[in-house]
Design a protein around this ligand. Sequence first.
Ligand code: FAD
Length: 446
Amino acid sequence: QPIVLWLRRDLRLSDLPPLLAAQGRQVLACFVLDPTLEASSGDRRLTFLYDSLRDIEDQLDGSLLVVRGEADKVIPKIAKSIDAGAVHISADYSPYGVRRDDKVRKALGDIPLQEEGSPYAVAPGRVLKDDGERYRVFTPYFRKWREHGWRDPADTGVNSATWMKPGDVSGVRSTVIPKSKGELDIPAGERAAYARFAEFMADDIDGYDDDRNRPDHASTSRMSAYLKFGNIHPRALLADLENSEGTGRAAYIRELAFRDFYADVLHQRPDSSWWNLNKKFDAIQHDSGKDADADFDAWREGKTGFPIVDAGMRQLSESGFMHNRLRMIVGSFLVKDLHLPWQRGAAWFLDQLTDGDMANNQHGWQWVAGCGTDAAPYFRVFNPITQGKKFDPSGDYVRRWVPELREISGAAVHEPGDARPADYPEPIVDHKTERQVALDRYQSLA
Ligand code: FAD
């Protein structure tokens, strides 16, 4: 009997566990364009998705069925049309994915929805304390995560199956993969993902532990969007890292563990996608009204008058990416200097980022706001000027993204003072004052 391979956040053919069951069988590969997800994804994420699908379609010589609709309606029709023995998937642990898959499982009736693997090295719910409880703090989770370990990459690829043609399916209307919605700053797809990681391992894994904090060097792996869409699986990265001598490998493995941890936290607490993990912070006072909206617009447009913040925000809107250090700096500025809710920043990030991901983004923001998984972080208020001088000591990063400041050389660009050109805004707030306001508001909750 043929099987259906329903691709979702695993847009690749190599190292794809759901394909292991396919050996020697006929397989129909399909993707469902879900209008709910399309409506809530920014243009860059959609473009990355569409380009990843084109890469698979191309590798399969056209044998990819793409249908627009609700999965619980579409998937059973496809499965019945080819008399499939089962529908094979990688598990999706996101709150939306869990609900959708429950519905599909019910709608399929006797046809099993077979889960094999997940987008994570260690799937949510697998790393447990000795008493069976889930972790809420990263460091002990990380220790157990390493002990738990992960499977080796699965030996699959284009030749793993006899691929059925979309025309073999009747009763569903296929759609062409939509056109890209603009240019991306990195190419999407499985082949690009493997090529980029090989390049990173050759050029930048050495020294990653220090260099990963330097936005002016742009030497991080840029794997986030590839991991988000499953163009490559973290276990493939981990297999290469375990075989390497690179001095940055321990630090890199730790970042991959963070990705698994945040997915685990979101799975434990689906409400944490838009609500504070730590409820104590629900009572925090935010600014609102016209002035707050004007501040938010200045932040979004990169016109706060704080060079490092503006550089980060413009990198985001112009390229769809922002360096991790900048995500922390601009996040801290929004929440602690402008006193706006982290959710406003998180929504803007999700709209703009190519790698926008519920678990990493929402918990990255909660870390910044101090209401997340960290122990006592609300005292941490980043000073945008000292952060700029420390992590962009040459000033190159700021000059790259804020052209008005290009005439100011070296680190002086972080504090232009009298050299501030007329077309670059004055700081919209006094950092020292706002820092104290933030600390007072946070302390009043204690
Ligand atoms: P590298 O430094 O090369 O890291 C390798 C991989 O490890 C990344 O691709 C990513 O998958 C993972 N990783 C690295 N740092 C983190 C982290 N702090 N948390 C979880 N995983 C991590 N990451 C996203 O993938 N999507 C998001 O929407 C997202 N939003 C964020 C929002 C905020 C406010 C913050 C502070 C962080 C956010 N991150 C997000 C995490 C991190 O900034 C990005 O993963 C990283 O900048 C991507 O660049 P890279 O692939 O070159 O990273």
